[in-house]
Design a binder for this molecule. Structure first.
Ligand code: SAH
Ligand code: SF4
Length: 365
């Protein structure tokens, strides 16, 4: 149950959430509390409702990490909050700076699970790349995260905390978030959506829905569900091949959903939302960069509302897969553009700091 729903039911939001949680913690994180949740909590504590706004301001505007710092709250309330709730739950296990300005962090939660997140500045903008799971069960052949399997899914608050971590380290506002770190967001749908809503909430981080992007490897039922959400969140789908047999080898976790079904689901998505989804395509030498693959990709994308992001594979240790040469990316882009498909060649950020998702975590255990 989402905290918001619990509050509407007039039940105790903190008990209901705690009873669902695992052995990790029974304290509820304020990073996933809406104003309504906080007002319900204040009512339980016998406090006036304006305290909820005060707490929100400490959590989001001032970014405090201790309840003791909430100096305009009565001491007894601060103690009750410290007993029953929490603010941050991760410690920084690594912080690597790239020559291109991006910074990659390894965050460790109290149960020992660790995830990567990245801050990528560009002019006045700062993008946070966030993980939705510690590890991933989908097993993509080119992905360092896939190689190490799933540890566990993250709670919404743990995703939001990654964004706060980036904000605090750069000392500036995060203007967009991409759920493109470790994990498959659409097998952790409810928590991912709850995190997106907190990031979007004007009283929390207030990041515009169009600047909040979710990337999925193609979990079709959840693409359909996502298309029905009221917010204008942005969708990216990892395609990596429009040839069924190639995609089955590269992305065994989505084998059960054929490319035909993906094509239909994306058509429905575009019709329903009017928004342009992105396909991610990592070019792998001799695997998905052949002329035949290009022809299939053009057919898959032609006359649909989509944008293709081409990237040269980030090589990962222990894998025989190699990136295609730059020229191949240029050839792909030209051909896609020639059949009317919007295409961008993306440069990998932070190549000097283990850019490929999951590499840092693999190295620092
Ligand atoms: N699980 C989701 C989101 C996390 S992966 C998904 O698969 O979409 C984020 C992006 O990084 C995906 O597009 C994924 O395919 C890509 N990726 C993973 N490993 C990569 C590598 N070695 N080189 C280039 N892109 C990679
Ligand atoms: Fe999981 Fe995405 Fe990596 Fe595939 S690419 S293993 S879905 S994180």
């Amino acid at each position: 149950m989402q905290p918001q729903e619990a509050a509407q039911d007039n039940t105790n939001v903190f008990e209901s959430t705690a009873s669902q949680s695992t052995t990790r913690t029974t304290r509820h994180s304020l990073l996933s509390c809406s104003l309504r949740d906080l007002e319900a909590l204040m009512a339980e504590f016998g406090q006036p409702s304006f305290r909820a706004k005060q707490i929100q301001s400490w959590v989001w505007d001032k970014g405090v990490t201790s309840f003791d710092d909430m100096t305009n709250l009565p001491k007894a309330l601060r103690s009750s909050l410290a007993e029953q709730c929490m603010l941050r739950s991760a410690s920084e296990a690594a912080n690597l700076h790239s020559a291109d300005g991006s910074r990659k962090y390894l965050l460790r939660y109290t149960d020992g699970a660790s995830v990567e997140c990245v801050g990528m500045p560009s002019g006045q903008r700062l993008t946070a790349c966030v993980s939705t799971q510690a590890g991933c069960a989908m097993g993509c052949a080119f992905c360092a995260t896939g190689a190490s399997g799933l540890t566990r899914s993250l709670k919404a608050a743990e995703m939001v905390e990654q964004v706060l971590h980036v904000r605090d380290d750069f000392g500036t506002r995060v203007t967009s978030v991409v759920m493109m770190g470790q994990g498959e967001p659409f097998v952790n749908y409810d928590e991912t959506l709850a995190a997106l809503r907190m990031l979007n909430d004007p009283a929390a981080l207030g990041i515009g829905a169009r600047h909040l992007t979710v990337s999925t490897c193609g979990v079709i039922p959840m693409i359909t569900r996502f298309s029905k959400e009221p917010e204008q969140f942005t969708l990216a789908v990892s395609l990596h091949s429009a040839v069924q047999r190639t995609r089955d080898i590269l992305m065994p976790g989505v084998k059960r959903w054929s490319l035909l079904r993906l094509y239909d689901a994306m058509g429905e998505y575009a019709d329903r939302t009017g928004r342009r989804p992105t396909y991610e395509y990592a070019l792998i030498k001799g695997v998905n960069d052949t002329d035949e693959e290009l022809a299939y990709l053009c057919d898959f994308c032609r006359d649909t509302l989509c944008h293709v992001n081409l990237i040269q594979l980030n090589p990962i240790s222990g894998s025989h897969l190699e990136p295609s040469p730059r020229q191949r990316a240029i050839d792909f882009a030209r051909r896609l553009e020639s059949v009317g498909v919007e295409t961008t060649i993306r440069n990998s950020r932070g190549a000097d700091i283990d850019a490929a998702c999951g590499q840092l975590r693999q190295r620092i255990r």
